[in-house]
Design a protein around this ligand. Structure first.
Ligand SMILES: [Zn+2]
Length: 106
């Protein structure tokens, strides 16, 4: 994980990271088939970006189709993603507060 500088609050407000997701209907819990082509899926660890790539988490586990390569999250992974996402936003908000208060000191 690494942090880049120069955060703008409006960057943090972007909420388009859900694009490309497919809602899996039916049972909540373990998804065993690819929602796109119905083939077998397996767990795969990879890098995932938060906040437009300002933060990269390595080794984040997602599900990947063995046939078409479609990558998605099951409910457990989506929950983890959401927790991390909120956590990072909080860190960046605090950081932004510190920076703006420093700017006010003359
Ligand atoms: Zn597939």
């Amino acid at each position: 994980m690494h942090l880049k500088e120069e955060l703008k609050p409006k960057d943090l407000m972007k909420d388009n990271w859900e694009e490309g997701w497919i809602e899996v209907e039916g049972e909540i819990g373990e998804v065993t088939r690819c929602p796109r082509c119905g083939s077998r899926i397996e767990r795969k660890k990879g890098d995932i970006d938060f906040l437009d790539g300002k933060i990269t988490v390595h080794g984040f586990e997602q599900m990947q189709c063995t046939k078409c390569g479609f990558i998605f999250m099951n409910s457990e992974q989506a929950q983890l993603y959401e927790d991390l996402y909120k956590h990072f936003i909080k860190i960046h908000e605090e950081k932004t507060d510190i920076q703006s208060s420093l700017c006010n000191i003359r």
